[in-house]
Design a protein. Structure first.
Lengths: 529, 169
């Protein structure tokens, strides 16, 4: 089918980007205004209109309560997690608890799950390509941070389905970047991909050849990104203002948004020009009602001082990845930088210093991931087998044991797909069910790992205790998603398995969300202007 | 299909089609070769069904084989396993669980504080070639843990050394 096309989508914390393969070359598709990256922001207007992208971002201040940004920081997380608590303190939109410890966003009277919000961003990406091509697209590869756990991957996949896309693959962002870098080059190299995005940090070490891209190790921090650099500038601005005026701007969510916007701009300016002048007119009023402005000048040295510890944190993660790959920095042939914040001179010089080599130039850190995704999308479509991605699972898969401990099932950095079986027996006479808790993480204590879900098996023979042997198979598929099945060893009967992913969406919920998404019209083109 | 059926009777070297003496580079090359053949991306457009399932099972086993054979520690243990009497049972490498490892370690150095103390002292003596002292310490350790195989083995080992060093004098 000549018309069949699959798109590559980089669904970022702050910005998203979409690409397709045309005439054998990946290209980023701009929207109607020529914008190549799009803010991952969804704004719900009073008249029912929904805006996505850079036009929605402009509403963060004017329509703060009804504009959702950085949804990726919350996707696949539990309501009780620290990240959600932190977001509740700073986000102007309302974060509420859904069933089974899930996170929901409340916009006026409507409640949205995180995959539904992300689905609106994906719908916009889909629309950009459809507008460009003039026909519908149905298939996509969507990227995620390599360090995303199963819950986060599953939720991202759900988002794609809700947006009416068949998700061919959930692809790791650094792997996508490496693919875009090595595609069609016929080189044999060992490379590191240093990917600092808006909200997450990943490092992957790969060995790339003509047609095989092998990930040797990956490590990351899903709580570290460009947003944290903005936060530092915000704190600096707010504290300076507090000292001079006695007013704490952070107490007001409206002021906080203005600060955040100014901080992001200051970060970009200081990275580009070495100095940033910040001016927010009319940020607040003093007790007498006088309107006040905020003015400040940020020097590069000052900025570097306040963010150095964040940069150092990324190198701790790099140490870990190199160690897992059994390499030192000197074994690498090249280092690729991915993500907007890697444009900052402090990152570039530190990376150069850490890896003892110049970073690759000529790679656009904002677009390379989407381009890699489109290459992979195309490759899955025609299945010609021109290249193979040999990726790994970033986290150790574990099962809960007695006393709040866990036992390893599949090690981190194991190539996927992979499976491993484990035998269980019943421990009561007439037992009808076996419950298994599955975790991901690097600690043997359950409390320090992420719970993926509780799997309950029933339908096997009822017998005396210890008589029934159940073989449970844990599989991690090519998307990095965990599947669990169980078999009664003696009868060979596959037992039914109820998966209760504590915060996941059920099949019915996805169906309902699909209908809701399809019924939502995004204001595009002239409407959105 | 045929391969998927007999897969459970093959060891990892046979899965990757290499000899037991293969170098790390040969193992990697074999892994790449088999990946080109069985990687699921090649069969992505295949609708599903038994053949696709079989191919997927084969590739998962290829990954499993590679994980084991690329690591020297695992590979050595695996080679010993598949060349041993229980080959049929040990074709798939099973990592000792963390608890088992802890148990092994305890078995090695002892489960009682006194036993451990004398055992460690014995090891120090042995390293310093004070075999008679080492023998006394291992025997003391054994009085605390008479069932510890490792203590017994050590005691027997140094007892031999004591004899041979006597002979030299």
């Amino acid at each position: 089918m000549a018309d069949e096309i699959a798109i590559g989508i980089d669904l970022g914390t702050s910005y998203s980007c979409v690409s397709i393969l045309e005439n054998g070359k990946p290209g980023v598709i701009p929207n109607e205004w020529g914008e190549r990256t799009h803010a991952s922001v969804v704004s719900f207007l009073d008249d029912g209109t929904v805006l996505v992208g850079n036009s929605a971002k402009r509403n963060i201040i004017t329509n703060a309560d009804n504009t959702v940004y950085s949804a990726k920081r919350l996707i696949g997380r539990f309501y009780f997690s620290d990240e959600v608590k932190k977001a509740q303190a700073v986000m102007p939109y309302k974060i509420v608890e859904g069933e089974n410890n899930s996170v929901r966003i409340q916009i006026r009277d409507a409640v949205f799950s995180l995959p539904e919000i992300s689905a609106l961003v994906l719908k916009e990406m889909k629309a950009i390509v459809e507008n460009y091509l003039g026909h519908e697209v149905k298939k996509a590869v969507v990227t995620v941070p390599a360090y995303f756990n199963d819950n986060q991957r599953q939720a991202t996949k759900d988002a794609g389905r809700i947006a009416g896309l068949e998700v061919l693959r959930i692809l790791n962002e650094p792997t996508a970047a490496a693919l875009a870098y090595g595609f069609g080059k016929d080189i044999t190299q060992r490379i590191a991909v240093y990917d600092l995005g808006g909200g997450t940090f990943d490092i992957s070490v790969l060995e790339i050849g003509k047609d095989v891209f092998e990930v040797l190790s990956t490590a990351g921090d899903t709580y570290l990104g460009g947003d944290d650099f903005d936060d530092r500038i915000m704190t600096w601005l707010a504290e300076d203002f507090l000292k001079r005026t006695g007013i704490d701007l952070r107490l007001n969510k409206y002021c906080l948004q203005m600060l955040k916007e100014a901080a992001e701009r200051a970060k970009i300016d200081v990275g580009r020009d070495g100095i940033a002048k910040v001016k927010i007119e009319g940020i607040c009023q003093d007790p007498t009602g006088k309107v006040m402005d905020l003015e400040a000048t940020l020097q590069e040295a000052e900025f570097n001082k306040m963010t150095m510890d964040l940069v150092q944190r990324t190198f701790k993660v790099c140490d870990e990845a190199l160690q897992s790959a059994r390499m030192t920095a000197s074994d690498l042939d090249a280092v690729i930088l991915v993500g907007g914040p890697t444009r900052l001179p402090i990152i570039r010089t530190s990376v150069k210093h850490y890896f003892q080599k110049d970073v690759m130039t000529g790679i656009d850190p904002d677009e390379v991931v989407a381009m890699g995704a489109s290459i992979q999308a195309n490759s899955l479509l025609d299945a010609k087998g021109e290249h193979y991605l040999l990726d790994v699972t970033p986290l150790t898969l574990r099962v809960g044991t007695v006393g709040g401990y866990t036992d390893k099932i599949i090690d981190k950095n194991t190539p996927i797909p992979i499976e491993r079986s484990k035998s269980y027996t019943t421990n009561r006479d007439g037992q009808e069910k076996v419950k298994i808790r599955v975790y991901q993480g690097e600690s043997n204590k359950a409390a320090e790992c992420e719970l993926l879900g509780e799997f309950e098996f029933s339908g096997f023979r009822i017998a005396y205790r210890g008589e029934v042997r159940i073989e449970v198979t844990f599989e991690i598929d090519t998307n990095g998603i965990v599947n669990v099945t169980a078999t009664d060893v003696e009868t060979g009967q596959k037992t039914t398995c109820t998966i209760r992913l504590s915060s996941g969406l059920t099949e019915e919920m996805i169906k309902a969300a699909q209908a809701k998404n399809a019924a939502t019209t995004l204001a595009r083109g002239a409407e959105a202007a | 299909m045929a391969l998927a059926q007999i897969m459970d009777e093959l060891d990892y070297f046979q899965i990757l089609k290499v000899g037991q003496g293969a170098t790390p580079n040969e193992i990697k090359a074999a892994y790449y070769r088999e990946s080109r053949m069985y990687h699921p991306d090649r069969f992505h457009t295949m609708g599903g069904g038994e053949l696709k399932d079989a191919l997927s099972r084969i590739y998962k086993r290829i990954n499993e084989a590679y994980v084991c054979l690329r690591d020297d520690v695992r590979r050595n243990k695996y080679v010993a396993d598949v060349n041993g009497p229980e080959r049929a049972k040990k074709l798939r490498f099973v990592e000792a669980s963390e608890q088992e490892l802890k148990k092994d370690k305890e078995q090695e150095v002892g489960t009682t504080p006194q036993g451990r103390k004398f055992f460690m002292a014995g090891l120090t003596d042995q390293a310093a070639q004070r075999f008679a002292a080492a023998e006394r310490n291992f025997k003391m350790a054994l009085t605390y843990e008479p069932g510890n195989v490792n203590y017994k083995a050590k005691a027997a080992e140094v007892a031999k050394l004591v004899k041979s060093s006597d002979g030299l004098k």
